[in-house]
Design a protein around this ligand. Structure first.
Ligand code: CAA
Length: 380
């Protein structure tokens, strides 16, 4: 498929592909067995400038276009979906909210460190009783003198136990619904912030997912992001973009599943010939290849819109919804092609199967993506 990538974008793809093969792939087994955050790999990503690809150079980033950033997530996720989400959350929803809604002081203080990889970012929106209905969150932020006092809890926070800064959403008004939500930049060592249970997940081993508790946690007023009451819009606007990152991660999983299944089907002989020459397997792979191409088109269409500064919310949701569905179906079919071997941990398709599922859940379930897309249809 010719997506007319620029020379610079092709260089990014090659650089990240080589990095993923040489540095990420060898770390995957340890991430799987120990479920340990791959700090040493993230540090190397920082050295290569990958932690701030689309962030302007004046704020410590690489100053590259948004599509190059999506290419990087896509390539990383082919080897490790966990590294894909670490980068996506750090950049799209851990750094961008400050870049787009922060004051100059906030950008100088935080974006420069996040974009260089000195800091790792996280995004704390979801609560035990506010997942899809994010606007109903209950964490409170009460203004007292020159600071806000935060109380409440957050769940499923990606990068949460490893992050240096959190974009935290809390209610500054009890009565205004989603318009009573404000956003704050909270540093990890703030008194009253406790990192809680680390989730034992089905997949994405190595990606760190924790609970956070805020108990009388004092945040200086200068760490309010945007205006009071603007928090929900900040969350939504950044999720619009973040969902393209998740689409790229899901695409990487689907591409890896297709590649492994095709290679195996060429080599595995049954009934006297490679199983790829049996129609049952050949047609399966033909379907997978077609769906992967469609997911790629949707993902890079959304990325290119974003890169050109055009509205991309509808296309981002379409890409996220479709690519995650294809990640799941491709992983299921890849395990089927491998047969009994696919059900063992000796081959990567078993991991892809477990990693794929969450892409249909986080950054808005696919049911929520339907809601977002249909709202656009009503409005357009
Ligand atoms: N951009 C800017 N503003 C937006 C917006 C957007 N994309 N979407 C909505 N808004 C604004 C609306 O304009 C509205 O404001 P006005 O009344 O002034 O117009 C306000 O926000 C409320 O909008 P809605 O009435 O549409 O909001 P809602 O309560 O019906 O919820 C929703 C909409 C799409 C369902 C939203 O709640 C949602 O996206 N839920 C899913 C939450 C989610 O994605 N969580 C991800 C957690 S982070 C994560 O998963 C990271 C990870 O680990 C990988």
């Amino acid at each position: 498929m010719n997506l007319n990538f620029t020379e610079e974008q092709e260089m990014m793809r090659k650089m990240v592909r080589d990095f993923a093969k040489n540095e990420v792939a060898p770390a995957v087994e340890r991430m799987e067995t120990e479920d340990r955050f791959p700090r040493e790999v993230v540090d190397k990503m920082a050295e290569l400038g990958l932690m701030g690809i689309p962030i302007p150079e004046q704020y410590g980033g690489a100053g590259m276009d948004f599509t190059s950033y999506i290419i990087a997530i896509n390539e990383l996720a082919k080897e490790s979906a966990a590294l894909g989400v670490i980068l996506s959350v750090h950049t799209s929803v851990g750094t961008n909210p400050i870049l787009y809604f922060g004051t100059e002081e906030q950008k100088q203080k935080y974006v420069t460190k996040l974009a260089s990889g000195q800091y790792l970012g996280a995004f704390a929106l979801t609560e035990p009783s506010a997942g899809s209905d994010a606007g109903s969150l209950k964490t409170r932020a009460k203004k007292q003198g020159d600071h806000y006092v935060l109380n409440g809890s957050k769940v499923f926070i990606t990068n949460g136990g490893e992050a240096d800064t959190y974009i935290v959403f809390a209610r500054t008004s009890a009565s205004k619904g989603s318009k009573g939500v404000s956003a704050f930049i909270v540093e990890k060592d703030k008194k009253g912030l406790t990192i809680g249970k680390k989730e034992k997940k089905m997949g994405l081993n190595g990606s760190n997912t924790v609970e956070l508790t805020f108990d009388q946690c004092e945040v200086p007023e200068e760490n309010l992001l945007g205006e009071e009451g603007e928090g929900f819009k900040i969350a939504m606007a950044n999720l619009d973009v973040g969902r393209i990152g998740i689409a790229a991660q899901a695409l990487g999983i689907a591409e890896a599943a297709l590649e492994h299944a095709t290679e195996y089907a060429k080599e595995r002989n049954q009934f006297g010939k490679p199983i790829l020459q049996h129609q049952g397997i050949a047609f399966k792979l033909a379907d997978m290849a077609t769906q992967v191409e469609a997911a790629k088109l949707l993902t890079y269409q959304a990325a290119n819109l974003r890169a050109q500064g055009q509205p991309c919310g509808k296309q981002a949701s379409m890409a996220k919804m479709y690519a995650s569905k294809i990640a799941m179906t491709s992983a299921i079919e890849a395990v089927q092609v491998f047969g009994g071997y696919g059900y063992t941990k000796d081959y990567p398709v078993e991991r892809l199967f477990r990693d794929a599922k969450v892409t249909e859940i986080y950054e808005g379930t696919n049911e929520i993506q339907h809601k977002v897309i249909s709202k656009h249809l009503l409005r357009d």
